[in-house]
Design a protein. Structure first.
Lengths: 149, 149
DNA sequence: CTTTCTGCAAACGATTTGCAGCAGC
DNA sequence: GCTGCTGCAAATCGTTTGCAGAAAG
């Protein structure tokens, strides 16, 4: 099956961003966004394809690429075999990742305000010192998830 | 040529860790470590092979894998085409990465103490809340390097 | 109706692996 | 001298791409 239906709010956003990027709204794309929205954590391509029900691999790859260009989803690469995708951060809430070194699973955790403040301060200092202009950041905690510990 | 020679200290560490991992010390491996030590930033495999002078691709991949198992180097994956390697953190000093979204280059920056403290505090809170046991962390700043800005 | 999307199967390319000969220890 | 490393070339496998028919707008 095609996973849970899309909320009206999310669908509207999706339509707008796809059109702005010159892309069409199709059933496959709605399914992909719905699957990612329901997961609440980054999914590998095989996980996505399975959750989507019927979906050609090439369509999964192509549509996830299209959705990324439209700013709806975000690709993340770990040391795992497959890339993972999650909803774009402005559709969820800013979060960081817990990556299990044993099973490879990636979980989301909300970003702690104190940590965010420290990251911004560090980025400002770096801009002064090196000229690097920070647009975004990523904090990953690597270790063992509860199940693998 | 084979890049700069290895410091005595680093060579001793390298010998010890390779032997402990049941691996031999070879000219190729010394070259690889020397190249990474000289670079001071994560290098892609093509960069490594070029800097090493003469080195079969397969040997590069195999030896970097061996060195990683021995705890001497560390592999990092970006959205770039190639994986990158750098010296293990306990051979350098704990640092974070500046990743340029335009040219893909990765630079090292020393970790700011305040930021480190915040990350540890966040990890502790997460352990309490979710049972995830943090062993290591990664902070990447994404943006534009001075040259691409 | 035109342009883009879909699924299939073939192509791609970074990384891995089999093998025969050489080097570490 | 035994075992593990080296380089070469071939295999692997996640991902990308060409193409003909179907669907979005």
């Amino acid at each position: 099956m095609a996973g849970p239906a899309l909320g009206a709010e999310l669908r509207a956003l999706m339509t707008e961003r796809l059109h702005r990027a010159g892309q069409r709204v199709t059933a496959n794309r709605e399914t992909l966004v719905a699957v990612l929205a329901a997961a609440g954590r980054p999914l590998t391509i095989p996980e996505i394809i399975e959750a989507a029900g019927t979906l050609a691999q090439s369509s999964a790859y192509r549509n996830l690429q299209a959705l990324e260009q439209a700013g709806l989803v975000h690709r993340i690469v770990t040391n795992d075999d497959f890339a993972r995708y999650e909803l774009a951060e402005d559709l969820t809430e800013h979060h960081h990742h817990l990556i299990c070194r044993s099973c490879g699973t990636v979980e989301d955790v909300p970003a702690a305000p104190g940590l965010e403040r420290s990251v911004r301060a560090a980025a400002d200092a770096i801009a002064r010192d090196t000229g690097f202009h920070t647009q975004h950041h990523r904090v990953d905690l690597l270790g063992l998830c509860r199940r693998c510990a």
